[in-house]
Design a binder for this molecule. Structure first.
Ligand code: HEC
Ligand code: HEC
Length: 285
């Protein structure tokens, strides 16, 4: 250590008298150094940013590739018990194809496919491309709560019900994927912590599947279009916390599945966002 300090000391003590001789030179070289420092700083930020984005892409494709491969282990169960209504390539038997307008079997496949299409394996398709994590959680709930396959179907085909062994195998596949995607979101998609962004993310995760991008359960739709949403009848910017969209989630009526209920923080973020929008509006001339 000593040996490093000695030459440094000599350098510094030599540099000072020269610099003090001519103040204008000093000023000039100082501003150059500042510029250089600034360039180095920007360069470093750009490099860090580049690496961050590269890592993000790499981690995403790793998660996808792993999940796609491990899904093979349970694809048999899914093919057997879910494909009748959740596979774009499954052709319905003749009794399901006749009179499509009023045929309940046809309707089940149509609605089932909109909600979830397993035909291309992981990542799964669904109307409006909701976030995968939202789809995965809904599959998890459908399996643990035995709400799928629908009752009308298992009444006729009792052997298509999900049993304990199916559940275990599906959870063994789905839980690690949900965990990895959650970590990914936290690490790579949580930079913007502003209230509007976080609130939108909550809605995206918890509502889009049924109310955005072509999904219109209960005629509540186009949640992705903020301007339209704020002007519509579900939002009341005079009394933000009386907005139907807010009261319906605050009362726990939406999302319909209690397992997906918003956390206290998520609820607060949505309210904060509406209050923010109300303030913006009141400031307008
Ligand atoms: C006989 C048809 C049928 C079968 C078989 C079936 N489903 Fe469904 N599924 C539906 C229908 C219809 C919907 C749409 C319900 C709606 O729109 O309210 C749906 C919706 C879903 C949803 C979305 C729910 C939500 O909250 O958005 C999930 C997840 C799901 N099914 C999983 C499964 C799984 C897993 C299996 C196999 C174990 C399965 N389904 C088997 C008919 C079926
Ligand atoms: C699994 C699908 C699903 C999810 C997820 C979901 N909803 Fe709904 N939503 C429905 C259905 C079905 C209806 C219509 C039936 C009803 O009113 O109970 C509905 C109706 C609504 C309505 C209209 C009620 C009315 O009376 O006009 C609002 C507003 C709403 N949902 C808000 C939300 C919000 C906000 C979220 C997310 C926090 C959400 N929903 C998540 C299925 C869903």
């Amino acid at each position: 250590m000593k040996y490093v300090f000695i030459p440094l000391f000599i350098l510094v003590s030599c540099g000072n008298p020269i610099a003090s001789k001519d103040a204008s030179t000093l000023k000039f070289s100082d501003s150059n150094q500042e510029k250089l420092n600034e360039v180095i700083k920007l360069e470093t930020i750009a490099q860090e940013r580049k690496k961050f984005l590269e890592d993000k892409k790499r981690v995403w494709s790793e998660i996808n590739a792993d999940a796609k491969e491990s899904f093979q282990g349970i694809s048999e169960i899914i093919r057997n018990k879910c494909f009748s209504c959740h596979d774009a390539n499954t052709k319905l038997p003749i009794y399901g194809r006749i009179l499509p307008g009023i045929n309940p079997v046809h309707k089940h496949q149509e609605d089932g496919l909109k909600a979830l299409d397993f035909s291309e394996g992981f990542p799964f398709k669904a109307t409006g491309n909701p976030p995968q994590i939202s789809l995965l959680k809904s599959i998890r709930n459908a399996v643990t709560e035995r709400t799928m396959p629908i009752r009308a179907y298992t009444l006729v085909y009792p052997h298509k019900k999900i049993n304990g062994d199916d559940e275990k195998r599906i959870l063994d596949w789905i839980d690690p994927v949900i965990e990895k995607l959650t970590e990914y979101e936290l690490k790579y998609n949580s930079e913007d912590t502003s209230v509007p962004t976080v609130a939108h993310k909550v809605l995206e995760q918890k509502c889009y599947r049924c109310h955005a991008n072509g999904n219109h359960k209960g005629s509540f739709e186009n949640l992705q279009n903020t301007d339209e949403l704020l002007k519509g009848k579900y939002i009341n910017l005079d009394q933000p916390d009386q907005s139907k969209m807010y009261t319906i989630i605050a009362s726990g009526k939406m999302p319909p599945n209690k397992l997906e209920a918003l956390s206290v923080e998520e609820l607060a973020t949505v309210r904060d966002w509406l209050e923010l929008e109300a303030k913006k509006l009141s400031k307008r001339p």
